[in-house]
Design a protein around this ligand. Sequence first.
Ligand code: HEM
Ligand SMILES: [Cu+2]
Length: 649
Amino acid sequence: MDFFDRFAVPHPSFLIYASMVGIGLTMLAIVVGITYFKKWGYLWREWITTVDHKRIGIMYLLTALLMLFRGGVDGIMMRYQLSMPENTFLDSQHYNEVFTTHGVVMILFMAMPFIIFFFNYLVPLQIGARDVAFPRLNALSFWLFFMGMGLFNLSFIIGGSPDAGWTSYFPLAGNEFSTSVGTNYYMIAIQIAGIGTLMTGINFITTILKMRAPGMTLMKMPMFTWSAFIANVIIVFAFPVLTVLLAMGTMDRLFGTNFFTTDNGGMDMLWANLFWVWGHPEVYILILPAFGLYSEIIPTFARRNLYGYKSMVASMVIISVLSFLVWAHHFFTMGQGPFANSIFSITTMAIAIPTGVKIFNWLFTLWKGKIEFTTPMLYSVLFIPLFTLGGVTGVMLAMSAADYQYHNTMFLVAHFHNVIIPGVVYAMLAGLTFYWPKIFGFMLNERLGKWTAWILSVGFVLAFIPMYITGLDGQARRMYTYSESTGFSLLNMVSFVGAAVMAIAFVLLVYNIYYSIRYSPRNIGSDPWDARSLEWATHTPVPEYNFAITPQVASTQAFWDSKKNGHELYKGDIEKIHMPNNSGLPFIMSCIFFVFGFALVFSIWPVVIVSLIGILACLAYRSFEKDHGRYISVEEIKETETRLRGAKK
Ligand code: HEM
Ligand SMILES: [Cu+2]
């Protein structure tokens, strides 16, 4: 029976069992639903085997929304636990698991796929391309990412969740203190997802360098594409560190090596260092595309050119370099001495300069603009002051001497939520609202959208500003409870109320989607916001080949010029278009990766070996496969174009 004992959840509670039943029933309902409506064939042909960047993008989006829900429930549970002193809703072990999965899910399985959704959907359209450079690799990226996500979430049901924090510091994450298989899941699931992300990086760098429309020099690229380019360069430099780090951690846990142990020559702080060598650039991988989205939205609704294009690009390049030079600010208290701390203090504070440049560029774009307060614009305008507050507290944390006071307190938790939520989450919601009509052919309701933005902001301020105060007062992070005598009760209750208000905002978002699907007018044309860059120059819905004729570009906002200044976008005639074929291989290979990962988590060696052979077989098959894609004929393109033009206003 020993073998099966390991699959049981080590710290069961009613909550865990109840959610297991809930998840089980939902999965069952989905399977029954798909079978009942006979949609398996459709799913396989149109989605699972697709190599179309737009569909892959939408699948990233769905994953991100699902994980936003999972991570959000974790967040609310923590805030409820802390809302009263000596609360017994979660015990210490369960609280450890919840803050660990919350952090991992939000950063790696929610924010990452959300920005990769934007890369996928927008970059090829913005640069006037037919698809990404390696469409099939793109599908493999998605499915590896998806399987990694699935494996990570499985820990909750089989074997137990990781509990060493999303940073998984050793020795806490070693076998001695992290006894369940939870941390194995962490190491292996993130590894699989990370390989997918690394390939995304390679794919998009190539796409942006090689597939731009004629006339679009680097300095004429839309700002979101610039941000995507730089973020993907960071991915390619940072993710290999994560890959190696996780491999070493896996070896320590499964094979008894001593990279991070405290005895036999291991070095626990080596983990912390390498983790943040990846981890700090990672936060810039998230925030730069968010900046890119704001740089698309603000000019559109201020009805002006983006102010300071060149300085926007330069500041992002500088940020990307600096982001690799600041990692030690996460452990000023490690004991590396005042000299090293001073260097890292200075590099960290230096990041505020290019970031400040961007803030001023957005402000100058707004200055004298004819501002129209649509929902995406509202998010962007709320972002500027709220994010600046997060940046300023970041500079406070960057002062290494003062950090001895802030470190590991709620002050830190307040800081990073203050940058991540108004920075990344607002950008995602703004971008989603902005691009929704392009993707789905109808607008989200503006009234509901604005309510969501305001309620979210009220909730955000209530939930996170009090943590600055309790943090300075000494409330430690990652603590499952506190005593009444600390005086933290009131502010923690306010935080909980704020978190609940944020939850209301997310419910309202879901309602808005439902409402708009039912009532929003169709036939809104392909350019409902009167926007500026190429993604708006093609039809809605976007045909699979994106542009019937490759557009000609002469400025940073080719589409605007074609509308207002007589620039001719489409020269020449329609010709047949070469497109890649669908393939089931990325999905199948990723499924085998999933089995491989699961077997590794539980050290079931025969299965590990067989699945490894399966993965190699897939690679070999692909190497010898002859698949030259297919052509869409001129007649077919003309037919599609006439049909879609009918959808215009
Ligand atoms: C509904 C909104 C949210 C609430 C109420 C919330 C709440 C919390 C709390 C209370 C903690 C501290 C756990 C502790 O150290 O005791 C935490 C940690 C964290 N949160 Fe959130 N959060 C929210 C949204 C987000 C979002 C959107 C992200 C990222 C995109 C995020 C990323 C993180 C990370 C990385 C940690 C650190 C986890 C760790 O220390 O291991 N959170 N959150
Ligand atoms: Cu950092």
